[in-house]
Design a protein around this ligand. Structure first.
Ligand SMILES: [Zn+2]
Ligand SMILES: [Zn+2]
Length: 65
């Protein structure tokens, strides 16, 4: 959405939790689809982050909740 040079690769994002670069497409191929999150984990993500996290963080959160 933000049209700046850093986002020229539209699906490339930076994890808001750890700062790692990752790719999220919000579709069937997004890495977040491969991480199983329960309701508590999803609620936590919604409350704290407005976007996907990298797979590493998603797996950490999935393990915590
Ligand atoms: Zn991360
Ligand atoms: Zn995603």
């Amino acid at each position: 959405m933000v049209n700046n040079p850093a986002s020229q690769i539209s699906n490339s994002k930076r994890c808001p939790r750890c700062g790692a670069a990752f790719v999220c497409t919000h579709d069937a191929f997004c890495q977040c689809v491969g991480v199983v999150l329960n309701e508590n984990a999803r609620a936590y993500l919604r409350a704290h982050y407005s976007d996907c996290l990298c797979r590493k963080c998603l797996e950490e959160i999935a393990a915590l909740y």
